[in-house]
Design a protein around this ligand. Structure first.
Ligand SMILES: [Zn+2]
Length: 354
């Protein structure tokens, strides 16, 4: 009898050890709300009748956003830090503070046969998506950034930016060149479902239309197409999705513009969370590169159930931004840390040893 009990105890202990082992995600969807601080989320969601995606997360952290040369970061340094793990100067794309090319998450994942992709409502060559696949000293070199897609570190890009592929200063047709390399390419304002292992789909000359101009469900559709294609052969993948124009509404000090973009981003997060819950192996992380506009929500004496949105600046601010995480490994994102730690958390969870 004693023997049976001890065997049973060993089995229980062994199974608990197995369960205690942290689960590593097979898929990652990293959603960046550009310029999305706590006041943007609070203000945009205040009277929203639909599902609040942010409230579906249990693990929440705060990220300190300063760049290497400025307490207030720009989007180049703010996204590069997620990609290469090093704080760098404002305007940098995938290069460190001495302008040296530094290996990014996509390159590190490619060595382990992960698939990678970016989706944005800006051009796919804009600072945030660019920082994941390109290495240039200035975010303004969008023609040059587009050429980095030829390095094959990024399997999929959906967003705007036709101009940087088709109306280039050097006269080249980069979409034809990418097509010859095996990419399925499309330049069409209408986004349709498409099956392709490698895909560049451009839907606007530069940035996409705003939500107020009728962009519709582009971001949800693009994200779905990206997840379906990147995960088509049960491969592991890392997808970055940017709600690019939350920032642009902030720069315009236009609360309604920002709000419409943030609600669109909220719906995209809901869709990704639904898929992640169903899948069980997907890590979802939502954050921002910085806050934009120094937005505050002030008392409205005329209508006390609402607030007055007040901007302190046309630029970015240095306040910490929230990080929301769900899925295997999510716990790693709790706490307060510098923005470059997000790279190291991914690196550890994705078992990148280099
Ligand atoms: Zn930004």
């Amino acid at each position: 009898m004693r023997k049976i009990i001890s065997v049973f105890l060993i089995l229980v202990l062994a199974s608990q050890m197995l369960w205690a082992k942290p689960k590593n995600p097979k898929k990652v969807v990293f959603l960046i709300g550009d310029g999305m601080g706590l006041t943007q989320i609070t203000g945009a969601m205040a009277h929203y009748k639909g599902r609040n995606a942010f409230e579906r997360f249990q693990v929440i952290g705060l990220s300190k956003t300063a760049s290497s040369d400025n307490y207030v970061t720009d989007s180049g340094a703010g996204a590069t830090v997620f990609s290469i793990g090093k704080k760098t100067y404002n305007g940098a794309i995938g290069v460190d503070s001495s302008k040296k090319e530094s290996l990014g998450l996509f390159e590190l994942l490619k060595e382990r046969n992960w698939r990678t992709g970016v989706v944005a409502t800006s051009s796919v060559t804009h600072a945030t998506p660019a920082a994941f696949y390109a290495h240039v000293s200035s975010r303004r070199s969008e023609d040059e950034i587009a050429e980095f897609l030829k390095r094959r570190n990024c399997d999929l890009a959906i967003g705007g930016g036709m101009k940087f592929f088709l109306k280039r200063k050097d006269g080249r047709n980069l979409l034809t060149e990418l097509n010859e390399m095996g990419f399925t390419v499309a330049a069409d304002t209408n986004l349709v479902d498409i099956k392709a292992k490698k895909l560049i789909y451009l839907c606007a000359d530069e940035g996409m239309k705003t939500m107020q101009e009728g962009r519709g469900d582009f971001l949800q559709k693009a994200t779905k197409i990206a997840m379906n294609n990147l995960g088509s052969d049960k491969e592991n993948y890392f997808l970055m999705v940017e709600g690019s124009q939350i920032d642009w509404g902030g720069h315009d000090n236009n609360f309604e513009y920002m709000k419409a973009e943030l609600i669109d981003f909220n719906e995209t997060i809901n869709q990704v969370l639904d898929a992640a819950i169903k899948d069980g192996n997907t890590l979802v992380v939502v954050t921002a590169d910085h806050e934009t506009g120094g937005l505050s929500l002030l008392e409205n004496k005329e209508n006390k159930q609402t607030f007055i949105s007040n901007y302190a600046s046309k630029g970015h601010s240095g306040v910490m931004v929230p990080v929301f995480a769900y899925g295997p490994g999510a716990e790693a994102f709790a706490g307060i840390y510098e923005n470059n730690q997000i790279f190291y958390k991914f690196k550890k969870l994705l078992r990148i040893t280099k």
